[in-house]
Design a protein around this ligand. Structure first.
Ligand code: FAD
Ligand code: SIN
Length: 583
């Protein structure tokens, strides 16, 4: 039998029906949702095929989809609404060498310095040298960046660890503006379809003649259905994992899904111990952390203790603009020393009109909390912000599994090493997203067809009656555990205890999965447990302190033994999850 799945979006039901399928397509009119024939009965899994499958709609996923649309059909699946992503909350901006007094070597050096000896210099050069092109491209795609007063040139901000002004921004809402522009472009493309509330849960991999990825299994969170998404090229652009920590600047989508999915298929993952904590998240008990951009310190903001003392000069010569790991540890130490729940960020000396022009979003957030920034200081605490580690990729976004690419925060390209320099990640997402598509196209991977036998006709019987509290309890426990035991300052004893508790949590999740329960939050939790285990495993492996990884038993950096990536890999691939199936 020939492969029936080679044309774009060929479904097990007809193309006409596909516009009324249970998925919410965001580039058709509004979704008309088809109720499943029998909400409680078994359903056939549909198959959606395209040349490229992009998983995630942050800056990495959208860039990949836009580029890939030039070469073939594209399906993009995204977990929630299409704009919901870490990208959407990015404030500071995008690092690029645009000032005539700045140069590539300086940006490279700053990146290497922040990365504490673990950056891959070739990757750094590729990213940095593509910076101006990225800004130009985002501009052409319609991103509206902030310009210098009345001038043609872009306003360049300053952030910690950068020795020049080089942060291109759209006021303090850079990510939202980039996301808006790219989504608008993508909606115009006929060859791309965006599937919202579509959560990738496992990769589809064939074994012979060599392991190769052919797409993924997707959970439709609206109608509780599972579907196959097949493609010659699969790009993981699922972002970060901040949700494994109790306090994080990341939205709820950031559960480490891509890393967990790749790891389960034996793809090497690297440097998971290097979790970046942003030093200044707005502190308001009971509220989700809101970021106070590092650019605020770039414009003169000063960190102070509760008794008004500026403390960064005791910790680093660059004071408030020291690299982020140093500032976060200093804040943590000052809070612990005094038993204070937060420190304070002082912007009272910055002309208020100018501050409000540059940071309208932050100003509004403070006003909403009745803070008058000419009089009051901003209460801030550190929060988990960014994962420097991820799926190990080469210079073209390629992973060790043929047909699978990773771009953006989910990837470990070697750019960030042991600590990411501020505003280098949107840059990385665009540069390596584009290169992934370019590599796949050059190799013709998008035109290859999967073997007939990897997709069987499968009927799924959703099993939903698991009490929600079972999942929410495990999730809360995990997030507190990671915050308390695997946080900014670590110890071997706490890490080992965290490892034990994670084993118990894993068992509980496995029990529910094996019992056939199908729930989006359960699939999320499965990934959160898996990536937490990877963070702990890498942290226990590295017997030194370096960059973002600080461990009490080994407070020094040990270049002789540890100037290398921590790479973890599963020996055996795990069969993709098809809960509640009958063949
Ligand atoms: P994301 O933007 O997080 O997108 C991930 C996408 O994958 C989402 O659409 C999500 O729904 C989807 N997804 C996840 N799992 C699945 C799944 N299983 N199935 C389907 N879809 C899935 N960096 C900078 O360079 N400059 C900044 O100024 C800056 N500020 C920041 C401010 C904040 C508050 C935060 C949180 C981060 C900031 N960063 C900044 C970091 C940067 O925003 C992110 O690293 C970058 O945007 C990540 O882009 P991404 O496309 O890789 O992931
Ligand atoms: C910020 O605006 O402080 C965040 C910048 C970043 O995470 O790169």
């Amino acid at each position: 039998m020939g492969n029936p799945l080679n044309s774009h979006n060929q479904l097990t039901y007809s193309q006409k029906e596909s516009t009324t399928s249970a998925f919410r397509f965001s580039n058709s009119e509004e979704s008309v949702l088809r109720p499943p024939p029998d909400p409680n009965g078994p359903k056939n899994m549909a198959v959606f095929h395209s040349n490229f499958l992009v998983i995630g709609s942050g800056v990495a996923g959208l860039t990949c989809a836009l580029k890939a649309a030039d070469y073939g059909t594209v399906n993009l699946v995204t977990k929630k609404e299409e704009f919901e992503s870490n990208t959407n909350y990015a404030q500071g901006g995008i690092a690029a060498v645009l000032d005539p007094l700045d140069c590539f070597n300086s940006h490279v050096e700053d990146t290497l310095k922040a990365g504490a000896g673990l950056c891959h210099e070739d990757t750094v050069r590729v990213a940095v040298e593509n910076g101006p092109k990225v800004i130009d491209e985002l501009n052409k795609w319609g991103t509206s960046f902030t310009h210098d007063h009345g001038s043609e040139s872009l306003e360049l901000g300053r952030e910690g660890g950068h020795s020049h002004r080089r942060i291109v921004h759209a006021k303090d809402l850079t990510g939202r503006e980039v996301e808006r522009a790219l989504l608008e472009q993508l909606h115009r493309h006929e060859k791309t379809r965006i599937f919202r509330h579509a959560m990738a849960i496992d990769l589809i991999v064939s074994e012979t003649p060599e392991p190769r990825c052919w797409g993924c299994i997707v959970w439709d969170d609206t109608w509780d259905e599972l579907h196959f998404f097949t493609a010659g090229v699969t790009i993981l652009a699922t972002g970060g994992l901040g949700q494994i920590y109790l306090h994080t600047t990341n939205p709820s989508i950031a559960a480490g899904d891509g890393v967990a999915m790749a790891y389960r298929q034996g793809v090497p993952v690297a440097n998971m111990e290097f979790i970046q904590f942003h030093p200044t998240a707005f502190f308001w008990p009971g509220e989700r952390p809101f970021l106070i951009s590092e650019a605020v310190r770039g414009e003169g903001g000063i960190l102070r203790t509760s008794d008004g003392e500026a403390f960064m000069e005791d910790h680093h010569e660059l004071k408030d603009l020291a690299p982020r790991d140093i500032v976060a540890r200093a804040v943590d130490a000052e809070m612990k020393k005094r038993g204070d729940p937060n420190v304070l960020l002082d912007v009272r000396h910055i002309p208020q009109q100018e501050f409000a022009r540059r940071f309208p979003n932050i100003t509004q957030h403070c006003r909403d909390h009745h803070l008058d920034l000419s009089r009051d200081m901003i209460p801030v605490v550190p929060a988990a912000h960014y994962s420097c580690g991820g799926i190990l990729t080469g210079l073209w976004g390629e992973t060790a599994l043929k047909g699978l690419f990773a771009a953006g925060e989910v990837a470990c390209t070697g750019l960030h090493g042991a600590n990411r320099l501020a505003s280098n990640s949107i840059l990385e997402a665009v540069v390596f997203g584009e290169r992934s598509v370019e590599f796949a196209r050059r190799e013709g991977l998008h035109q290859e067809s999967h073997p007939d036998n990897i997709i069987n006709s499968v009927r799924v019987q959703p099993k939903r009656d698991l009490e929600k509290v079972r999942i929410s309890h495990c999730r809360d426990e995990l997030r507190r555990l990671m915050w308390d035991y695997v946080g900014i300052v670590r110890s071997e004893d706490r890490l080992k205890r965290a490892r034990e508790r994670l084993t118990t949590l894993r068992q509980e999740v496995t029990d529910y999965i094996e019992a056939g329960y199908t729930r989006g939050d359960l699939f999320d939790l499965r990934n959160m447990v898996e990536v937490s285990e990877l963070v702990v495993a890498c942290a226990l492996t590295r017997k030194e302190s370096r960059g973002l990884h600080y461990i009490l038993e080994y407070p020094n950096t040990d270049d002789e033994h540890w100037k290398k990536d921590t790479i973890v890999k599963r020996d055996q691939r795990e069969a993709p999850l098809l809960p509640g199936t009958a063949r």
